[in-house]
Design a protein around this ligand. Structure first.
Ligand SMILES: Cc1cc2nc3c(=O)[nH]c(=O)nc-3n(C[C@H](O)[C@H](O)[C@H](O)COP(=O)(O)OP(=O)(O)OC[C@H]3O[C@@H](n4cnc5c(N)ncnc54)[C@H](O)[C@@H]3O)c2cc1C
Ligand code: SF4
Length: 492
């Protein structure tokens, strides 16, 4: 602990942001860095609580009090080594993690939690600036070859760990750039793409080979990969979006969120868009789905100059604060207002869309919606909804973005060719902690295995899977285990 009285002296403060009216003029990141003094004060708030619940709140088991202490002492090298011992990509999580660690922070019981995510971002940015981020591959190689399919955070983390263990790693990616949803899902204003590219450069220096425009199961035969590698890691993500099959779905102007977001990410990077432009400019936009993807559609629509933006969520509005059903240190499902919402959008809960209405040319002109009220069980969980009588109405709009989540990975192609068994949710069946599929020497990680989730979970799964692959190839693993951190927790 840096300063015993820090948590009493300093309040939680987040870095300043570029004002909303300014930042919507471009796609740049807009969260400023702390001053040196502020960073020092924020790290000083970590209070040596004795049992740091933040460790277990973080899916990576990040060793948070120790890196806060090193930051307080301005020992950047030590802070970086502690952080990178559990997290391959703090520059991603430091920007876009929902920070379940902060929900579990002991200080958070009666004061605002330590600003862990921001501190993490500062450690890695200082590390890059000080040239501390270097390749990690050992000189002695194992002679084993591993193919990783998919270059999202799960595939990247698996590749980074496997190369650290001395294996030769090739990552196959069907897109023209590596990064998965970091590259072509999450908008630049949350994560600029030079941050992804900077990391890929380090990984290439580490000897990882990226084969782009290579869709395994389509233009690369899955069997060939199995024959020519000692192990294969499936990290293809959860890519089948939830549809809204109601009357009028065929009208022009209704798009899946990812089709819209991917195009804009390409434009920002000056990569040509090879389909008809999907734009919100001068349109009345409705985003259906109240989660992160929906919020990204709001931010992107504002930047494209939409006339109006509404976001509809069929669920009820979450509570503003923890309830008795979501006590500390659990991750609370409370009302979240993102920076995109701050930039302007009307938000509605308990709204169900019944029909898309079109004009005579087949263009979307409105939605037919109703309000719904929810029945909940004693734990506050939703049971069923009832339509509010007399609430049916039309909402004029010319663009709808469907942001209702993802169902499962694409079953055709890769998974069908390999004959990989799926679980009851149609994700790849491979037990957590084991990560092996029914096909010999084939492992699975990230959204493709666990279903739609978070970047921090994808990194965690990529790391754990790499350790299991290393054990499979070598009989034991030289890679760090997340459990080691948890055992440390239990001893103290
Ligand atoms: C719009 C959006 C915003 C999000 N925002 C956040 C956020 O703010 N914070 C957060 O924590 N999480 C967020 N998420 C969730 C997060 O991005 C995912 O949980 C995470 O990226 C999953 O990582 P992954 O590596 O498992 O899969 P992905 O990132 O989906 O990567 C899978 C990769 O595999 C490739 N692939 C698939 N099949 C093949 C094949 N056969 N051959 C070759 N390549 C293949 C795909 O092209 C893709 O590049 C967001 C998701 C979306 C859609
Ligand atoms: S990765 Fe996410 S949960 Fe883990 S310490 Fe960082 S912000 Fe917290």
């Amino acid at each position: 602990m840096g300063k015993p009285t820090g948590f009493q002296e300093f309040n939680r403060e987040l870095p300043t942001k570029v004002p909303a009216a300014e930042r919507v003029k471009n796609y740049n990141e807009f969260v400023n860095l702390y001053t040196d003094e502020k960073l020092n004060q924020q790290s000083a708030r970590c209070m040596n609580c004795g049992i740091p619940f933040c460790h277990s709140g973080c899916p990576l088991g990040n060793i948070i009090p120790e890196f806060n202490d090193a930051v307080y002492r301005k020992n950047w090298e030590e802070a970086y080594h502690i952080l990178s011992s559990t997290n391959n990509f703090p520059e991603f999580t430091g920007r876009i993690c929902p920070a379940p660690c902060e929900s579990a922070c002991v200080l958070g019981i009666n004061k605002p939690a330590v600003a862990i995510e921001e501190i993490e971002k500062h450690i890695i940015e200082i590390a890059y600036k000080n040239n501390l981020v270097k390749p990690t591959a050992p000189l002695v190689k194992s002679g084993k070859k591993v193919a990783v399919i998919g270059s999202g955070p799960a595939g990247l983390a698996a590749a980074a760990q496997l190369v650290k263990a001395g294996h030769a790693v090739t990552v196959y990616e069907r897109d023209d750039k590596p990064g998965g949803l970091l590259r072509y899902g999450i908008p630049d204003f949350k994560l600029e793409k030079n941050v992804v590219e900077r990391r890929i450069e380090v990984m290439e220096k580490d000897g990882i080979v990226f084969k782009l425009n290579s869709e395994v199961g389509v233009n690369v035969a899955a069997d060939d990969l199995l024959r020519s590698n000692d192990a294969v890691v499936l990290a293809g993500g959860s890519t089948v979006p939830r549809n809204l099959m109601i009357p009028g779905r065929e009208l022009k102007g209704i798009h899946f969120a990812m089709d819209f977001l991917k195009q804009q990410n390409k434009r920002v990077s000056n990569i040509s868009v090879d389909a008809e432009d999907i734009l919100a400019t001068d349109k009345d936009v409705v985003v259906i789905g109240g989660g992160d993807t929906g919020s990204d559609c709001v931010g992107t629509s504002n930047r494209q100059g939409a006339k109006s933006i509404k976001q509809f969520e069929v669920m009820y509005q979450p509570p503003a604060e923890r309830t008795q059903h979501m006590p500390w240190p659990t991750y609370p499902m409370v009302m979240k207002t993102t920076s995109s919402h701050e930039e302007g959008a009307e938000r509605f809960w308990g709204v169900n869309t019944l029909e898309f209405l079109g004009d005579e040319d087949g263009n979307l002109r409105a939605l037919k919606v109703v309000d719904v009220s929810w029945e909940q069980d004693v734990m506050g969980r939703p049971l069923k909804f009832n339509v509010v009588e007399g609430s049916e109405r039309e909402i004029p709009c010319q663009r709808v973005f469907l942001a209702m989540g993802f169902l499962y990975p694409q079953p055709a192609g890769l998974l069908a060719q390999l004959g990989v068994e799926l679980d009851e949710r149609k994700n790849v069946k491979a037990k957590e902690g084991v990560y092996r599929t029914n096909v010999s020497k084939v492992f699975a990680a990230g959204d493709m295995r666990r279903g739609q989730s978070l970047v921090v979970w994808a990194i965690s799964e990529g790391r754990e899977t790499a350790r299991k692959v290393d054990e499979f190839l070598m009989g034991h693993s030289v890679l760090e285990s997340k459990d080691a951190v948890n055992q440390f927790d239990q001893v103290f």
